[in-house]
Design a protein around this ligand. Sequence first.
Ligand code: HEM
Length: 536
Amino acid sequence: QRDGTAREDDKQRQLDGFRVGAEGATLTTDQGVPVAHDDDSLKAGERGPTLMEDFQLREKLTHFDHERIPERVVHARGAGAYGYFELYDSLAEYTRASLFTKTGVRTPVFVRFSTVGGSRGSADTVRDVRGFAVKFYTDEGNFDLVGNNMPVFFIQDGMKFPDFVHAVKPEPHNEIPQASSAHDTLWDFVWQQPETMHMMMWLMSDRAVPRSFRMMQGFGVHTFRLVDAQGRATFVKFHWLPRLGVHSLAWDEAQQVAGADPDFNRRDLWDSIEAGHFPEWELGLQLISEDEARALDVDLLDPTKLVPEERVPLRIVGRMVLDRNPENFFAETEQAAFHLGNLVPGIDVSEDPLLQARLFSYLDTQLIRLGGPNFAQIPVNRPVADVHNNQRDGYHQMRVHQGESSYERNTVGGGRPAQADPSVGYDSAPVNVEGTKLRRRAGSFSDHYTQAALFWRSMSEVEQEHIAAAFGFELGKVGRVEIREGVLEHIARVDTGLAERVGSWIGLKPPEAEPVGPLTASRALSQRHRPGDGSL
Ligand code: HEM
């Protein structure tokens, strides 16, 4: 790097080194041998059988036979774009991350938006959460912010993630329904696991049918830490705010669009970038000291809770612009590998048990999805920062390492840790940990209804009507009556009026249930809307 700073176009320059075009070129085999004839296999006689010796045919078919890699186990369908992040408010008092301290610098990014439940070929406009994953190619290495378009999540502990995903995905016996939340297993899970209720309110809201990726908020969901040069940590929650405001499709509209153009959101992203209407978001942070965290009535480690912006306002620190489409969907968007553990000095994780499980899962799944331990060398995943390590060999090794040493400590080569200069290397924030080893949910995670009710009360009448109708539609597809009743009971704990409305959709009388309180901050979510933005 010229002055140690990653620049907007550094990633493009790096990618250019990998691009290949075929214009005007002669067709060759994989070995570079010019091909004379590509229409017919080699046969014994004009109408005879094809010969085993036809290396040209075998090579072509073998490669074709191996063109598919596994789709992501979740978030299989997505679309991506490149751009940059520009900081305008330095966070030097909180973090040493150059990304958040050098104002005016444009750090290159790659962003992938996705649906969660559907397969790679499913429709865009289904009712679902949207992934919002950002890879920052900083001069100190890659930082990935792997978030969603909703600020909370369904479960509190990674132990439940496989169960949750099995319940959401198509049922295993008949693979129905594809990309829909209208089926018994999802609602059975919800009924049994009421920590899902807050997120289910978001999922039944219009946020789950975004009009455009350009019009979605993004959230890091978990609490992270910013760490300064002295090792002092501040809790942080990340928010992306779309310049165009937050806009959704109406449910009927989404149904029609899914049929007329299943690529609706993907096409919109592509077309707007091609047309020069570059999507843009501002980055807002909620910064919370340890003392402030203790005074909050939510546990920051619980990913089913948000911190109301009335309590901790957003500090807007920069903007992200997406200004370039990938040139090859498979090479770039499909092979992109995001991971919560891709952290840079000055940014650290928290003890949120969902986050902790994710730290294992992404690298683990990518080892199989991308065929071994060298996927960080795939062009889209390569840092623009220099890489010197002692990782050697393995499938798809693209580097030709020089020299005799691939171990540390060594006196014969380079690659020593930066511990001699604490301003360079990554170090975890010093955090006090003590207690008894146990497999148990924290008591502070036990209120599953207050924020769900807060969300409900922050909605306008139209938005409430949409939520009630969505619950009615989705639960109406549930066959087992005890599941419908069980979910309705949870809904009644959120709001009896909502339960009445949903009950009338599905022909059930809601049970008597005490709504939970306190509900003082009745419009605590209102600041999530940008000024002048009338829709949810
Ligand atoms: C993708 C696991 C929770 C956001 C994935 C993938 C796995 C996974 C295995 C596929 C990755 C790949 O093949 O490259 C988990 C586990 C979770 C969890 C075990 C909980 C313990 C979450 C949460 C969020 C989230 C809470 C949002 C804050 C995403 C996104 C992607 C993804 C955006 C797609 C990344 C891309 O575009 O390639 N997750 N996930 N996940 N996950 Fe999670």
